[in-house]
Design a protein around this ligand. Sequence first.
Ligand code: AMP
Ligand code: ZN
Ligand code: FE
Ligand code: FE
Length: 284
Amino acid sequence: MKRVDLHIHTTKSDGILSPAQIVEWASIKGVHAIAITDHDTIEGIEEAIRVSNSYSVSIIPGIEISCIFEDEEIHILGYYIDYSNKNILKLTKVLKESRINRSKKIINKLNDLGFDITFKEVQNIISNNGVIGRPHIAKLLAEKKYVQTVREAFDKYIGKNKPAYVERFKLSVQDGIKLIHNAGGIAVIAHPGLIKDENRIFQIIDLGIDGIEAIHSKHSQYDVLKFSEIAHVNNLIITGGSDFHEEFNKGIPILGDYFIDFEHLELLSEKAKSKKERNDDHIV
Ligand code: AMP
Ligand code: ZN
Ligand code: FE
Ligand code: FE
C-alpha cells in the first residue's frame, strides 16, 4: 500500500526536524507522499519540495491554522494551497508577528514570576527562523531546570488560565476556512477527537468544511470509526496523519505511521482541482 501522511510539523513551527529531514525520513520509511502542515506558516513547503526532487516522496503543500470558535481553539488544516497567494502570505506574516509580541508578553509575565529568561534565549531554541510558540518557551524553562518537563510548564504556567498565559490573535474558524478556499485549497477539521464540545464539529461542517481528519495519532479506534462515519454521512473527505512533532519510537520518528492510502489522496486533489476551477470561473 502507498502510504500518505497528511499532518506533519517541521522546525518552521514547533516540530523537531527540518523540512529536509522530514523528507529524508519519509523516504527511509517508504512513505509515498506527505503534507507539510506547520502551524500558521507555509515557510517549510518550498524546502520540502526542493529536497523531495531527490527522493520518491511527493509533497502536498499544507498549513494548520489555529482558529477560534466560541472559546475553544480549533485547528483547521489546508491542503493544496497556493502558497504564493497574497492573502496567505499577508495573513501568515500577521500571525507570525502576533506570535512574537505574545511571546514577549509571556516572557515578561514569567520574569515577574521570578524566572530568569529572555526573548533571545527563546529565539535560540527555534532553529530555522520558524514561528514562535509556547512549546519553545516551555522547552527553555525545562532546559533551565525551572520545570522538569514541557508538560509541567504548560500545567503550571503557560497553559490556558495559568498565571503566564497570554491570548494571541486568532482567525475565526469561518475566516480560516475562507482563507484556505481563497488560496485554492481544501479545508479540513484537524484532530476532531481533541475538540472538547462535539457539537462544534457539526457547526463547523455547516460552515463549509471539506473534510475531517478521522485518522490521527491521538485518536482511538473508536474515534476513527466515529469520525469516518460523520464524514460519510456529510459527504466529506476523510484525511489522516501522524501530527508528528517530535515523537520517536525506538529512535524512529512516527511520521508515516498514521496515514491514508494514496488512492484516497486522489479524492482530495480532485476536490481541490474542481474547487480551483470554480474559483477561477468566478474571477473571470
Ligand atoms: P501556541 O500555538 O503557541 O499557543 O502553542 C500551542 C501548542 O502547544 C500546541 O500545538 C501543542 O503542541 C502545545 N501544547 C498545548 N498544550 C500543551 C500541554 N498541556 N502540554 C504540552 N504541549 C502543549
Ligand atoms: Zn504543534
Ligand atoms: Fe493541531
Ligand atoms: Fe498539528
